[in-house]
Structures are given as structure tokens and as C-alpha cells.
Design a protein around this ligand. Sequence first.
Ligand code: NAP
Length: 259
Amino acid sequence: MDMGIRGKRALVCASSKGLGRGCAEALAAEGANLVMNARGAEALEATAQAIRDAHGVEVVTVAADITTEDGRARVLEVAGDVDILVTNAGGPPPGVWSDWGRDDFIRALDANMLTPIELMTALLPGMMARGWGRVVNITSQSVKAPIPQLGLSNAARTGLTGYVAGTARQVAHAGVTINNLLPGIHATDRAQALDGPVAEREGITIEEARARREATIPARRYGTAEEFGAACVFLCSQQAGFIVGQNLLLDGGGTNFTI
Ligand code: NAP
């Protein structure tokens, strides 16, 4: 199916690896030109080159921390007018409720709530003026069902979700949609990094730790960045123009609920 986004310009934040990269690859495969971002310049440029080689699209890169004011300003300056925005950044650290003070919450809110909001504030007016736009925010399954040790993430991402629910309904009349993608466990560096400490604590191998987590997922496996990218590209497609303010969970059935 042609997604109708050939030649569109997409800004994909935090996209040298993992889920952001999955989204960038899938958009490029549909002919979108990319502005890609991550902090580490080397991995970012290597991924950008792999995408140029595979899909023949234009890819520009901006090595910057998207959660800082200066980083966002540099990314937005290079990005210019974009038709598609995918927001993403690393998640806050785990812990327990009694660990976290005001500064921890401010950092988490800055990274995982206010950064995507500021990017939308900057880019929505242009999309609305041109009569077409797509925003996809990468959030987390923790929005549907809290992950106790990720209280900072639960709080910040739920705040973003509330913002999107209202804002998506204020911009839809101009042909602009905003939706969220909620990853469950995916086989990225981050997921693998979480298996390491479990293996160490339990005195088992990383493979055994992964097998235990996979057993908790009805699909009995981790998701892939390719599957995640495919969902992203659909939400960015012409065909998805009537999908507004939704939260799409990609978790292999891991979150046990009815609606
Ligand atoms: P990942 O594999 O660790 O990749 C993270 C990517 O983001 C890298 O390209 C990294 O490059 C970039 N990045 C991180 N912080 C950044 C920043 N401040 N500014 C710019 N780029 C940044 O992580 P992932 O698994 O794809 O996760 C992506 C998001 O989904 C995270 O917020 C994570 O919490 C959330 N999530 C993931 C899962 C999962 O199972 N994978 C589940 C639920 C939620 P640099 O380090 O070079 O900047």
C-alpha cells in the first residue's frame, strides 16, 4: 500500500538507534526525506548513511540533546518546515517513589513531557498553515498501566498524553493529526540493558532473563523496531487522516485490559 508521503519532510528525534531508528527507516522506505537527531554524532551519521544507501532519500543529521533548549533550537533551525514530527528521547531512570524529589521530576517532565510539547508548539503552526501534518509521540505502555519502578516516566508521559488528547482536537480541522505510540517491551539496547541487571541479581544468564520476560508477554517475544516503525508510518500516512488523539499500544498483549 502506498502511504502517500513520498517527498514529505520528517523530523525524527532520538533516532540513531532503537524505536526512533525504526520509525526513521520506515518513513524513508515510504519516500519521506528525513531530519534525524541523537546526541552521539558517530552512530547518528552511520544510521543516516545506511538509510540514504537503502532508500535514496535525503537525510540531514543534527547531533544534539533534544531535551535541552539549545539542542531543540539547533534541531528546529535545521529542520525548518516539516510535515511529519516524531518525538522521542531516552526515558527517566528507575527507582522507588521515596527516591524522587522535585529536581528529579523537573528533569523527567522536561525530557518526556515538555520537550515534545515545545517541539509541537514550534511546528504545529506551519503544518496547520500548509493544511497537512502528522505528529507521533513515542511514549510508553506505562501510560495505560503504571510500571511501579518507573514513577518518573509514568508521571511525565501521562502528562504528555493529557496534553495531546486536548491539543489533537484543536488542530485536526487544519489537516493535522497528533497520536501517540505506546511501546511495550521491544528488543532495543534499552530493553537489553534492563535484562543485564536482572540476570546479575538472579544469578542467571541474560538469555534466561530475557526468556523469563518473554514468558510474561502473550506473544512470547519482544517487539521489533521494524514493527514499531510500521505502526508509526501508518499513523503518518494519508490513510490515517481520521485517526486523532489516539494511543496505540504495541505490547504483544502484555498489558492485561479490555479497552
Ligand atoms: P534506545 O534503543 O536506547 O535508543 C535511544 C535513542 O535515542 C538513541 O538513538 C539515542 O542516541 C537517542 N537519545 C536518547 N536520549 C536522547 C536525547 N536526550 N536527545 C537526543 N537523542 C537521544 O531506546 P529505545 O528502546 O528505542 O527507547 C525509546 C523510547 O521509548 C525511550 O523513551 C524509552 O523509555 C521508551 N520505551 C522503550 C521501550 C522498549 O522496550 N524499548 C518500552 C517502553 C518505552 P544517543 O544516546 O546518541 O543520544
